[in-house]
Design a protein around this ligand. Structure first.
Ligand code: ADP
Ligand code: MG
Length: 253
C-alpha cells in the first residue's frame, strides 16, 4: 500500500493517445529513474499524476498508498503528498521565496490554523543550511532573474519544506549544466528516506551518476519497455535508444 501505483493507464491529449497501458509502481523508500527519447510521454506522465487538466485519462488507475487520486484537483493531489518539480516555474515579482513557501504550507493546514513564524523561519534556515543555500536567497522574488542553478535550488528548497511523500522531478527540458545537476542530485540524496518515493525523469545519464537510482525504466511510445538496475542507464548511454527500440519495443508491440 505504501506506494505510488499506476495501472494500465491510458491517457490522450486532443484525442491522440500518449500513454498506452502504462504501468509503474514506486514503493516508498525507492528512487526510480525514467528515461527515454523525446516525445514518448515522460512529461505527460508526471503531469497526469499531478492532476494537470489538459490530459484525458481514458482508463486505468493512479493510486497513492492505495487511494485513487484520479479526478482530483492539482492542489488536492499536492496536499495528498505529491510534489511535482517545475510546478511553479514562473517568475513572481514581489513575492519572496520565504513567503511563497509559507503560503504553500498554510494552504495545507486546516481552515483557520496558522504557522508559527519563528518556528517556520528556524526550519527554513535549517533546510537552507543543509542545502548550502545562502540565507539572502529567501528575500528574493520567486525565480525573478534566477540563473538555472538558482531556480533548481529554489525548487529543491520548496520540495524540502513541503516534505512530500512522492517527488516527481522532470528534468528533461531544463538544459541542466553540471552545477545544476549537482544541486538536484544533492537535494534528492538529502531527501531520500524510507517515507518517500522519487520519480526522476531525465535524459541525462550524468544525473544518475550522482543520484544512483534503485530502478531505471526506459520508456518508448507511451509505455515502459524495459526496467533494470542503475547499470541500465550506463548501457543506454553507451548503446543509445535505438538499441532499446530494436531490442525491446518490438517485443511489446
Ligand atoms: P517527453 O516528455 O517524453 O518528451 P511528452 O510527454 O512531452 O514527451 O509528449 C508526448 C507526446 O504528447 C508528444 O507527441 C507531444 O507532442 C504530445 N503532447 C504533450 N503535451 C501536449 C500538449 N499540451 N498538447 C498537444 N500535444 C502534447
Ligand atoms: Mg518531457
Amino acid at each position: 500500500m505504501n506506494r505510488l501505483e499506476i495501472k494500465q493507464l491510458n491517457v490522450s491529449i486532443n484525442g491522440q493517445p500518449i500513454l498506452k497501458d502504462f504501468n509503474l509502481e514506486i514503493p516508498k523508500g525507492e528512487v526510480h529513474a525514467l528515461m527515454g527519447p523525446n516525445g514518448t510521454g515522460k512529461s505527460t506522465l508526471s503531469k497526469v499524476i499531478a492532476g494537470h487538466e489538459d490530459y484525458t485519462v481514458e482508463s486505468g488507475e493512479i493510486l497513492l498508498d492505495g487511494q485513487s487520486i484520479l479526478g482530483q484537483e492539482p492542489d488536492e493531489i499536492a496536499h495528498a503528498g505529491v510534489f511535482l518539480a517545475f510546478q511553479y516555474p514562473m517568475e513572481i515579482p514581489g513575492v519572496s521565496i520565504a513567503n511563497f513557501i509559507r503560503a504553500a504550507r498554510v494552504a495545507r493546514l486546516p481552515e483557520g490554523e496558522e504557522i508559527n513564524a519563528v518556528a517556520y523561519y528556524k526550519e527554513l534556515y535549517e533546510k537552507m543550511d543543509a542545502l548550502k543555500m545562502d540565507r539572502s536567497f529567501t528575500s528574493r522574488s520567486l525565480n525573478e532573474g534566477f540563473s538555472g542553478g538558482e531556480k533548481k535550488r529554489c525548487e529543491i528548497l520548496q520540495m524540502a519544506m513541503l516534505e512530500p511523500s512522492y517527488c516527481l522531478m522532470d528534468e528533461t527540458d531544463s538544459g541542466l549544466d553540471i552545477d545544476a545537476l549537482r544541486i538536484v542530485a544533492d537535494g534528492v540524496n538529502h531527501m531520500r528516506s524510507e517515507d518517500r518515493g522519487f520519480l526522476v525523469i531525465t535524459h541525462y545519464q550524468r544525473l544518475l551518476d550522482y543520484i544512483v537510482p534503485d530502478v531505471v525504466h526506459v520508456m518508448f511510445d507511451g509505455r515502459i519497455v524495459h526496467s533494470g538496475s542503475a547499470e541500465l542507464a550506463k548501457e543506454l548511454e553507451a548503446k543509445g535508444y535505438d538499441w532499446v527500440k530494436e531490442t525491446f519495443a518490438t517485443a511489446t508491440a
